[in-house]
Unconditional design. Structure first.
Length: 200
């Protein structure tokens, strides 16, 4: 019978991962945050350059916006005993020809994600940020576009919620979709506050 690795051993293996080192222009540096007691899981896309340099997830303007959406400060956000941060790609994938971030490397999902989520306790709330996280975590439940998926957020509750990327590049999207801040954000903050204030 195959021995199921402990969460601690799995996290150590991911931190040391060099599977696609030859494909990463800036080298491998897996960035994530996870423990066996976290109740909230933030599933994003992949680290950007600023996060790659510091090794701290969402340590950039996108993180400031995300924390504002959630209604929590850095002290709670970076408390790994309460909040897990598990991107679809653990390392910064580099830039594309247009200067944007490349998609997350597929090796992370193939080698790690199924095993990792099988080893973690069940989260009370999972936030799927962007196309890649929504396709993986919602399986066949994601819509054709991020906008459609996020607009249908009530279909995924109460244990999951889709979000757009908190990048400042999405300012135009937020202006076109005012319902996001008037309807979804209050619901999100209420869920997060209740979850993180309740006992384990």
């Amino acid at each position: 019978m195959e021995h199921k690795p402990s969460l601690r051993a799995l996290l150590a293996d991911i931190a040391a991962c060099r599977i696609c080192a030859g494909e990463l222009a800036h080298g491998p540096r897996p960035v994530f945050q996870l423990s066996g007691t976290a109740r909230l899981c933030i599933a994003g896309q992949a680290p950007g350059m600023r996060v790659h340099k510091t090794g701290i997830p969402y340590n950039d303007p996108s993180g400031e916006r995300l924390r504002d959406w959630l209604g929590i400060g850095r002290d709670v956000f970076y408390d790994r005993t309460r909040v897990a941060i598990v991107p679809m790609g653990f390392c910064f994938p580099g830039y594309d020809a247009a200067g944007g971030d490349r998609p997350p490397r597929p090796e992370c999902v193939r080698h790690w994600h199924d095993r990792l989520f099988a080893a973690t306790p069940k989260f009370k709330l999972l936030l799927a940020i962007g196309t890649y996280a929504q396709r993986y975590h919602f399986k066949g439940g994601a819509k054709k576009t991020v906008t459609e998926t996020v607009r249908s957020w009530r279909e995924y509750g109460p244990f999951a919620m889709p979000l757009p990327h908190p990048s400042w590049r999405n300012n135009g999207w937020l202006k076109k979709n005012p319902w996001f801040e008037t309807e979804l954000i209050p619901d999100l903050r209420a869920r997060v506050a209740e979850l993180l204030s309740s006992g384990r």
